[in-house]
Design a protein around this ligand. Structure first.
Ligand code: ADP
Ligand code: MG
Length: 340
């Protein structure tokens, strides 16, 4: 039954195409005949002649005959249109933040990375009930320290670190980096001094090297030798250990979403990407919580190594504090700030 239906649809489509082909020839020659007969001067500078009609007929014929070839590709065309529309929507979106005062770009060598939350209140602008996610949050993160932010799921840990990146503006209170209010920093500059590693690293189906430097080629070549920076970042994040064992080395293609690497290896590459530009603040949002015990230990030792090598303020939102020994309680209901 289905085959009969398909044959019927195919027959109808072929019928329409053949009809259009003959209609095209009919229109072309009948209109062309009139143009020639009346000496119409449609083409600038000269009259229409027989070969013009012939070329027009042939071109439209080829066009119509190609219509059925579109069929198998329509799905791809639809998908690329929808992907492109997402891209253009994001590209043309105007941030709602007021950036007129956001101009400060202190020399990066002077940035220390002290982060202070003073009575910070925050609710998500999309929340109609204006539920306070952070209620009078007071914490100071000292520069160069490795700090865990511990609290139950939904207590606002990720929200707090997102505010440091100024993904949202705070609703009340003050949020300072090195004593300067966060909204006074140039937005691009602010984000360039922060490295961010997510629980599920996003890797592209390209080489390890490309995944580490993606999108920052120009900036990197202005601060040093790209190969050297990549090598240092791999060494510090302990990625070199497994990269050196691969015959392709940094040219190894990681597969779709990095599926040719283990969870720990993916996470170490994400860390290498985050520390490549030597950010003054490194945020690791539950970077180890999706890993098994061994991978977690690998990533944890990479993080310890980074905090030894660089003067970086490292924030690590976590669900529990099993690897951390010293506890300092912060003046907030849900979040506990633990540092070592
Ligand atoms: P945690 O990281 O501590 O698990 P989050 O900071 O992700 O918690 O979330 C804190 C609260 O904020 C949750 O109640 C969550 O529902 C809410 N929330 C998170 N993101 C958004 C958002 N984009 N819009 C509205 N509410 C959100
Ligand atoms: Mg979170």
């Amino acid at each position: 039954m289905i085959e009969t239906m398909n044959a019927l649809k195919l027959g109808i489509l072929n019928g329409i195409i053949v009809f259009l082909l003959y209609l095209d020839l009919f229109l072309c020659y009948s209109i062309g005949r009139t143009l020639i007969k009346k000496d119409m001067n449609y083409l600038k500078g000269r009259d229409v002649i027989g070969s013009d009609i012939f070329s027009a007929g042939l071109c439209t014929l080829i066009g119509i005959a190609s219509i059925p070839l579109l069929g198998p590709n329509i799905k791809e065309i639809q998908e690329s249109c929808s992907a492109a529309s997402d891209y253009f929507n994001i590209y043309h979106r105007e941030p709602q933040m007021d950036l007129s005062q956001s101009v400060q770009r202190p020399p990066i060598s002077q940035v220390q990375g002290r982060i202070e939350f003073h009575g910070v209140n925050f609710y998500y602008p999309s929340d109609p009930e204006q539920r306070l996610i952070l209620n009078d949050l007071n914490i100071t993160f000292e520069p160069g320290k490795k700090i865990a932010l511990v609290g139950e799921s939904g207590s606002g840990k990720s929200t707090a670190v997102n505010l440091i990146e100024r993904l949202y503006d705070i609703t009340g209170g003050k949020l300072l980096i090195d004593g300067i209010e966060i909204d006074k920093y140039d937005l691009e500059y602010l984000r360039s001094m922060i490295g961010y590693v997510h629980q599920e690293p996003v890797l592209f189906n390209r080489s390890i090297r490309e995944n580490i430097i993606f999108g920052r080629e120009e900036y990197l070549s202005s601060i040093g030798n790209i190969e050297e920076l990549v090598k240092n970042a791999c060494d510090e994040s302990f990625s070199s250990e497994f990269i050196n064992k691969l015959s392709e080395g940094l040219d190894y293609i990681v597969g779709i979403k990095g599926n040719k690497l283990s969870g720990g290896q993916k996470q170490r590459i994400a860390i290498a990407r985050a520390i490549l530009t030597k950010p003054k603040i490194l945020i690791l949002d539950e970077a180890t919580s999706a890993l098994d015990y061994l991978s977690e230990k690998e990533v944890q030792s990479a993080l310890d190594n980074i905090s030894l090598q660089n003067k970086t303020t490292m924030l690590h939102p976590l669900l529990n504090s099993k690897n951390i020994n010293k506890t300092v309680s912060a003046k907030t209901r849900d979040i506990t700030n633990i540092s070592n």
